[in-house]
Ligand binder design. Structure first.
Ligand code: CUA
Length: 351
């Protein structure tokens, strides 16, 4: 049996050691995410997020003031009227039915709740009543276990996990409108610096909009428990200047040029089960169950934000994705080393 001291040390080792073990291999994500400003609802860069941040700060100010008053009076009473040695144990005079006090502590909370209700209703109206201006970009967002599909119906582009949108003009006439659907279970689309959460529900279309005013990368995540890899259903929104966005669009619309040197890898891809789940435009692969890989190498991450998109990581991923993402629905393909290397040569040519 362990003595009490050893038990303490064991507990400390487990509490400290488990998180370290969990972060031991993050496939380069920690380093990459450290370059992105942290996701915070209090650092909004888009109108819906601004509105939510304002209402949150207002609510915190009011409830904080209530807390200070109540806690202050409580502390004062506890200290001032504490039992002292030598006192008798008679009860103090009991006071019932003071009309002014009853009136005050009924009306004041009602007024506070009314103010909170009105400012919340105003915020919901500003966020929900926005009509889609003609110059807005439309994107269909489809939640899958455990990744995000982004389809741009007017641009004929399909991508995954990394949503590119243009910077909104200062007048807010070029926002991005998102229509959200689910391919399976309930997910929730959340990029804290751009907008509030929007549930992504099967057999239902929800919509939301953003008008980002600062270019950059914004981290988001699925915010509704949706199964084993819910925590690894991450996403990035990349807000590009108009020129950068246009050149990204032009690149995405092109078919990838498959070099002759990767023909054997393309053959491996086209002759295995890969094609049932993935699309690569210009090939026989037109599956919809997994991410579109047409321009795989234009994305920074793989596995919905589980690893940086490098050749080594891709090789580990394709050999057995559950090494990086336990429970992932993509199977290990069981390719031999030669076919695996050829396939990876082909995948890293998909710019
Ligand atoms: Cu999707 Cu949680």
């Amino acid at each position: 049996m362990l003595g009490p001291v050893q038990r303490w040390w064991l507990t400390i080792a487990i509490v400290v050691g488990l998180p370290i073990a969990a972060f031991a291999e993050d496939w380069g994500m920690g380093e990459s995410n450290a370059k992105v400003p942290p996701s915070s609802v209090f650092r909004p860069v888009s109108t819906p997020a601004h509105e939510i941040s304002t209402v949150a700060l207002f609510t915190i100010a009011i409830t904080g003031a209530i807390f200070l008053i109540v806690a202050g009076l409580l502390t004062y009473s506890i200290v001032r009227y504490r039992a002292r040695p030598g006192q008798d144990d008679r009860e103090p005079p009991q006071v019932y039915g003071s009309n002014p006090i009853e009136f005050a502590w009924t009306t004041v909370p009602v007024l506070i709740v009314l103010v909170l209700f009105l400012i919340t209703a105003r915020t919901i109206y500003i966020v929900q009543a926005q009509r889609q201006p003609p110059a807005a970009l439309s994107v269909r967002v489809i939640g899958h276990q455990w990744w995000w599909e982004f389809r741009y119906p007017t641009l004929d582009i399909v991508t995954a996990n990394e949503l590119h949108v243009p910077l909104s003009d200062p007048q807010g006439s070029t926002p991005t409108f998102l229509d959200l659907e689910s391919a399976d279970v309930i997910h929730s689309f959340w990029v804290p610096r751009l907008a509030g959460k929007t549930d992504v529900v099967p057999n239902r279309k929800n919509s939301m909009w953003i008008d980002p005013q600062v270019p950059g990368t914004y981290l988001g995540q699925c915010a509704e428990f949706c199964g084993t890899e819910h925590a690894m259903m991450l996403l990035r929104v990349i807000v590009d200047s108009r020129a950068d966005f246009d050149s990204w669009v032009a690149k995405q619309k092109r078919l990838p040029e498959a070099a002759a040197t990767v023909a054997s890898g393309r053959h491996v891809f086209e002759s295995t089960a890969c094609v049932n789940c993935h699309t690569i435009r210009g090939t026989v692969a037109d599956g919809r169950f997994g991410p579109d890989l047409t321009h795989l190498m234009t994305r920074e991450t793989i596995g919905s934000g589980v690893a940086m998109n490098t050749r080594d990581h891709l090789r580990i991923w394709v050999a057995d994705p559950s090494v990086m993402k336990p429970g992932v629905l993509m199977p290990a393909m069981g390719l031999g080393d030669k076919h695996l290397d050829e396939l990876i040569d082909y995948l890293v040519s998909l710019h």
